[in-house]
Design a protein around this ligand. Structure first.
Ligand code: SF4
Length: 232
């Protein structure tokens, strides 16, 4: 995309104070019409964007990166949300079996080299799937701290635009959304997990003000790689 930085700067300026519903609608119906998908973890807060999508277009593509290490509760929650919100276009993508046999035959790579594990199980499958799109939607929020603190609504990453409609929402917005729309919480959220990924790499959050404190606790890792530049 030519001159993408000026283009995105203008979009960020234009939508800086817009509510997330409007950002999402404009993104789906106009700015990236038919060229965008939602990459969804079906984690604790995914229901918010999914619900907004169900109000705009139930055939909008939703992609779940299934690493083969997801909690069964996540799959159950996915099925519940798809049914409740009547979503018609959800797709699961899986790691390439050749990559798994070659690099992670025993399924233990996450212990010795989590970056490589995430690469095989998340980054590569997503990169392949995103060949079909110009842009993708992510549910990240800036109050989740860490590297997410300076999050912009529109970013450019690995030749794709990433749209973060919830970038500047407050915690109270997220908390009230579920009651307001009568949506159940992820079953593990009620058990103390504030941010949920793979079974191996998620434990209960130790700090309620930092929802991602339960991810990769043994390691300095805070992100799984899908939000990094490949060239880094
Ligand atoms: S989160 Fe853990 S188990 Fe999941 S892909 Fe990354 S390193 Fe592997």
């Amino acid at each position: 995309m030519a001159h993408h930085s000026i283009y995105l700067k203008n979009l960020n300026k234009k939508y800086k104070d817009s509510p997330p519903e409007l950002i999402l609608r404009m993104t789906i119906e106009e700015i990236f019409k038919n060229k965008i998908a939602y990459v969804c973890s079906f984690g604790t807060e995914s229901a918010i964007i999914l619900h907004m999508i169900s109000q705009i277009d139930r055939n909008f593509p939703v992609i779940l990166i299934n690493t083969n290490f997801l909690f069964k509760e996540t799959i159950e929650y996915k099925n519940y949300l798809i049914q409740k919100l009547e979503l018609k276009n959800c797709k699961e993508i899986f790691p390439n079996s050749y990559d798994l046999v070659k690099n992670d035959k025993d399924g233990n790579l996450w212990k010795s080299n989590p970056d490589s594990c995430c690469n095989i199980r998340k980054v590569i499958p997503l990169k392949k799937e995103l060949k079909n799109y110009q842009a993708w939607i992510s549910g990240r929020k800036s109050y989740h701290k860490g590297e997410r603190k300076f999050l912009k609504i529109f970013e450019f990453l690995n030749q794709k635009v990433v749209v973060n409609p919830l970038a500047s929402v407050k915690k109270s917005f997220v908390e009230s959304y579920f009651d307001l729309h009568k949506i159940k919480k992820h079953p593990l959220f009620t058990k103390g997990y504030l941010s949920i990924g793979c079974m191996n790499c998620t434990i209960k959050s130790s700090n309620v003000n930092d929802p991602r404190s339960g991810r990769w606790t043994d390691n300095i890792k805070t992100e799984c790689g899908i939000h990094y530049s490949y060239n880094k």
